[in-house]
Design a protein around this ligand. Structure first.
Ligand SMILES: *Cc1c(COP(=O)(O)O)cnc(C)c1O
Length: 362
């Protein structure tokens, strides 16, 4: 039996043909018309007014922060439990990432903890829709940010294809960021995208991603910026991946339902409640007892897994706070990601769940 990787990107003859055809044109590889087409397809899918594609899902967050006018010394609230790129983007532009704990039920930003973290230096909240989920108290977070003049920046890197009350995740905040790195639902190897309905913000973003230039080729510098640009070579891959997205979303939801059914009732395994009608699970995660032993057991059985993120405030890079984040501290070290590649078969999922059941029966 072949080893089941926790996650692999999937490309086929469609991407191969697109790349060959593109190279055959002797074009310049850098971003141009294909990148604009890729942006249009993301805007159409998410229902956002504007989309700008950039180099990856970390610089996209940095560009979003700069476009919002976040400056050194400003504070931005972000969850303690997230991929490290969320706070890194804040700190890398000189602002301060202020952690707040997450809800136990969704592992997303907790509204009360977010409010408690607000100071007079707070300029923005970075909301992370982990695994495509929103926090239970989303509406209160959105209303609070609006009332208090805080930018709501969504790190929706794991949420392409996820909806909430019929609206795409990422359209509730002022601006949202996606990623096309290898483990995401679609990939271009690397890549990121920003969506927004705010035209002024979008125009500022176009300058930020192009050295702060007034417009392409015009050397008049309106704002501080850097080079976040994409390539058309990746865009032709992205366009093919976008065509596959609806099918992948449907399959991910099926996979999530099957995992949830086959893992129900195992003593030692807890699932995160997910609405599979709207949310394709990105990585299928479990909160489990004896995580390292389970991972080692599954590896022996030919099943790859990945331990999830540690509490960020306890990492060396962020070890400046002695504050406690009890929910993150209690669950982060027990979260394990199960195989989530889009080509995983029902039989493989049944096998994986059978192994997990056998492990906890001992
Ligand atoms: C993947 C991811 C990122 C980073 O995206 P890159 O394209 O790898 O830079 C940021 N935030 C979250 C939540 C992610 O999952």
């Amino acid at each position: 039996m072949e080893f089941i990787n926790q996650m692999e990107p999937v490309f086929d003859e469609k991407e191969e043909a697109a790349v060959k055809e593109y190279i055959g044109r002797r074009a310049w590889l850098t971003e141009y018309k294909e990148t604009r087409r890729f942006e249009d397809s993301i805007a159409a899918y998410t229902g956002a007014r504007h989309c700008s594609v950039v180099a990856n899902g970390t610089v996209s967050l940095m560009a979003a922060l700069l476009a919002c006018g976040i400056r050194p010394g400003d504070e931005v609230i972000c969850p303690d439990y997230t991929m490290v790129a969320s706070p890194n983007a804040i700190e890398c532009i000189g602002a301060r990432a202020v952690f707040a704990d997450v809800e136990r039920s969704t592992l997303c930003l907790d509204f009360d903890c977010m409010k408690a973290a607000v100071t007079k230096r707070t300029k923005a909240v970075m909301l992370v829709s982990l695994g495509g989920r929103y926090p239970k108290r989303l509406a209160e977070i959105v209303a609070y940010c609006r009332e208090h003049g805080l930018w709501l920046i969504e790190d929706a890197a794991q949420s392409l294809g996820s909806f909430h009350n019929g609206r795409h995740v990422g359209t509730y905040g002022d601006i949202a960021s996606f990623s096309f790195s290898s483990p995401k639902i679609i990939s271009c190897g690397q890549g990121g995208a920003l969506i927004t309905d705010n035209t002024a913000l979008y125009e500022k973003l176009l300058q930020v991603r192009d050295f702060g230039r007034e417009k392409a080729g015009a050397d008049h510098y309106m704002t501080l910026g850097f080079n976040c640009k994409f390539t058309d070579l990746q865009a032709v891959v992205g366009i093919e991946q976008m065509k596959k997205l609806p099918g992948r979303v449907a399959r991910k939801k099926e996979m999530g339902r099957l995992y949830a059914r086959l893992l129900a009732g195992i003593d030692g395994v807890e699932l995160i409640e997910t609405d599979f009608d709207e949310t394709p699970p990105w990585f299928f995660e479990i909160i489990c007892q004896r995580r390292e032993a389970l991972a080692a057991y599954l590896r022996e059985k030919g099943v790859g897994t990945r331990p999830s993120y540690p509490p960020l405030h306890l990492e060396p890079a962020y070890g400046y706070t002695s504050q406690h984040y009890p929910v993150t501290e209690a669950v982060a070290d027990n979260i394990l990601w199960l195989p989530s590649t889009i080509t995983l078969t029902d039989a493989q999922i049944a096998y994986i769940c059978g192994c997990i059941r056998a492990f906890y029966a001992n």
